[in-house]
Design a binder for this molecule. Structure first.
Ligand SMILES: Cc1ncc(CN)c(N)n1
Length: 220
């Protein structure tokens, strides 16, 4: 069985929980209150800037120039496509420069990014891709499932269009194929560690919706 198939099966319960989370279903039917989406956008901008750094660490840890180049291209994708989408959302949501400069990540955003940095600093490229792959793959599956949805809110329609698009599908498949190729060359202990990391990221993806939905803050 392909390693990616094994990961997808192992993560199925937490991915199903993401598909049916009220934050996600609220984007699909347009009922999600905008203040919760704003909390998501602020935290996600932080998340994506860390994600790009982790992708760059993947470029540095790759063992051939082609892969370094591709991981660096993915950094540009995060910056040019996803973070610029957030810039647009920030304008539409009226997020001020002051709000952005004084923003501090919520506990879940901080914990999830710390998990990715841990994989990047302690592992090899396979560990990095295992930790970041749910970010690509889960969003693509959500984008695909939501394609038929036509929420009244324009921001939600744009969000759905971005993640269900062909450009994103190609990037996701490229990282799945890369991880499968690496998994063939490492030990079973490595594969088990990568699987644990993939599952932790999958659970954090669920918690990230929940963080935004509940407008999570530090308790003290
Ligand atoms: C938390 C999270 N996970 C995934 C994605 C999609 N790259 C995102 N924007 N934010």
């Amino acid at each position: 069985m392909l390693f990616s198939k094994r990961l997808r099966e192992a993560a199925d319960a937490s991915w199903e929980a993401s598909f049916s989370h009220p934050f996600v279903t609220g984007i699909a039917d347009g009922t999600l209150p905008l203040d919760r989406f704003k909390h998501y956008v602020l935290n996600d901008a932080y998340y994506l800037s860390c994600f790009a750094q982790v992708q760059a660490l993947g470029a540095a840890k790759a063992t051939d120039l082609h892969t370094s180049n591709r991981m660096a291209a993915h950094v540009q994708g995060t910056y040019g496509a996803e973070l610029s989408l957030h810039e647009k959302f920030s304008g539409m949501l009226g997020i001020t420069d002051e709000e952005r400069s004084s923003f501090q990540p919520a506990p879940t955003a901080y914990a999830y990014t710390s998990h990715m940095f841990r994989a990047a600093y302690t592992g090899h490229l396979g560990d990095i891709i295992a930790a970041i792959l749910p970010c690509y793959w889960l969003y693509y599956e959500i984008g695909e499932r939501l394609q038929g949805a036509k929420p009244d809110e324009p921001i939600y329609r744009e969000w759905i269009a971005a993640y269900g698009g062909e450009w994103f599908k190609e990037l996701v498949q490229e990282q799945i194929d890369r991880l499968d190729a690496i998994a063939d060359t490492v030990t079973e202990a490595d594969r088990e560690r990568m699987q644990r990391s993939f599952l932790i990221s999958s659970r954090y993806e669920y918690l990230f919706w929940d963080m935004a939905y509940k407008k999570e803050q530090w308790p003290v």
